[in-house]
Write a protein that binds this ligand. Sequence first.
Ligand code: DGL
Length: 205
Amino acid sequence: MNIRLGLFDSGIGGFTVLKRVVERHGDISCVYLGDLARIPYGSKSPSEIRLIAMEVIKWLINQDISAVLIACNTTNSLALDIIERFTEIPIFGLVDSGVELICGNNIGVLATPSTVASKFYTKKILEVKPEAVIFEQPCQGLVELIEADNTTNKEIQGLVNQYLNPLLEARVNEIILGCSHYPLILPILKELLPSGVRLIDPALG
Ligand code: DGL
């Protein structure tokens, strides 16, 4: 069967997901939409994100895709129902994949302010691990710096440090990278984290 996979994100973050798809499935045909006109999604209101999701899914369906991979945690968290209602083709998301990769019970989530405010990760984690203790950390401004390719500068390191501290104080053992842009700063995250803390990239699920 010939699959034509539609992926979307607000910008380059979804490429971290596309990369994993290509690694696994090689010659699969993909259409990728990076919505640079409206980035960042993660500081928009739920109604704006839902409206964008509707427009994006309409555009993708017109590209004759046969499945959708929502390469954006923010849209996955706030507008999955809209996308599911709009089309009958298979839809895959990062949140479920991330949750599947959890091993322990003390879980941190780094994500955009809108994703954290939705509490979608917490809801999904508790569905499979009712005993889990979850700490979600909003990371205002991180996506903008990553998009600007400022991944090595002091500003981004300071911001990442500031966002990791509350998770470390909460003694999490695992941290879900709840925004597809964050795998692009993996070296910074690894440098700042103690070796006992496991990072989870939902795109590997
Ligand atoms: N990369 C997206 C996510 O996974 C959206 C980032 C943004 O535009 O704020 O949530």
